[in-house]
Design a protein around this ligand. Structure first.
Ligand SMILES: NC(=O)c1ccc[n+]([C@@H]2O[C@H](COP(=O)([O-])OP(=O)(O)OC[C@H]3O[C@@H](n4cnc5c(N)ncnc54)[C@H](OP(=O)(O)O)[C@@H]3O)[C@@H](O)[C@H]2O)c1
Length: 231
């Protein structure tokens, strides 16, 4: 489980453990909260892994663990990039994290000859002609997953809301305004549109993600749109 410390990732770990699935939560080795996450995941009965984001190291970890599923809930934000830049380090980008680290995991999994199913969180409304760097990273990640030949589940949720460690004004406003507009549209009959784009919580998304992942038999890539990410 990569991105296990995030809003959705920690709920995925919780959901997997609630279903009795043996789970390894990946925490980046340089995390300033490593002790906190070790304690928190131990409480859920999940093991913690701190493999570096390097191809050979990840490949060796996949060979050792032989996972049946690899979830990737990694992603950066513009606020994080600003925070890192303020500290004097090279800021992360959607291309380096949301696409780059996802592609690295995919390559390591493919190289380890794993038959595991790769589970990736993309985003609703994705389009190849997008001018948004955030969406472009998702278009590239989805293409990379398809080209890898791995079995995969690609989830495309709308806004993910809930209590976060940090304030995300853009997402909060987007989800509130979006849900209000969709409520009105729904009242006028656009129920499909409302079902697709209304926001979801990390816990709700995690339940759906795990259910779809465990259901995904055989190879191939399943794309799950937002309306099917609510259980
Ligand atoms: N929020 C939304 O409305 C929304 C909607 C659709 C799709 N998505 C996508 O869904 C995914 C999960 O979203 P979320 O809101 O649950 O994410 P989140 O809470 O921001 O968690 C992001 C995860 O990525 C890790 N991460 C970030 N930068 C990293 C880096 N440079 N190196 C290594 N690890 C790094 C974080 O680790 P640390 O805790 O160590 O920083 C954390 O585990 C993301 O890709 C997001 O873009 C989000």
């Amino acid at each position: 489980m990569a991105g296990a410390t995030g809003h959705t990732g920690r709920e995925v770990v919780r959901e997997l453990r609630a279903r009795g699935v043996s789970t390894v939560a990946h925490v980046r080795p340089d995390s300033s909260r490593l002790a906190h996450w070790r304690a928190s995941f131990a409480e859920l009965g999940a093991e913690v892994d701190v493999t570096a984001f390097e191809l050979d190291a990840l490949c060796a970890t996949f060979e050792r663990l032989a996972p049946t599923h690899v979830f990737s809930c990694l992603g950066t934000t513009r606020a994080r990039a600003k925070q890192v830049a303020r500290a004097g380090d090279a800021p992360p980008t959607y291309d380096s994290v949301d696409y780059g680290l996802t592609a690295l995991l995919v390559d390591a999994l493919a190289q380890s000859r794993s038959e595991a199913c790769f589970v990736y969180i993309s985003a609703a409304g994705i389009s190849p002609n997008t001018r948004s760097a955030y969406m472009r990273a998702r278009v590239k990640a989805e293409a990379h997953i398809r080209e890898s030949g791995l079995a995969a589940v690609i989830a495309r949720p709308s806004f993910i809301v809930g209590d976060r460690d940090e304030r995300r004004v853009g997402e909060h406003v987007g989800s509130v305004v979006g849900d209000a507009v969709l409520g009105v549209l729904g009242a006028f009959g656009a129920r499909k549109l409302r079902a697709r784009y209304r926001s979801t919580t990390g816990a709700e998304l995690a339940r759906a993600l795990v259910a779809h992942a465990l259901d995904h038999g055989g190879g191939g890539v399943s794309v799950i749109e937002a309306d099917d990410l609510r259980v």
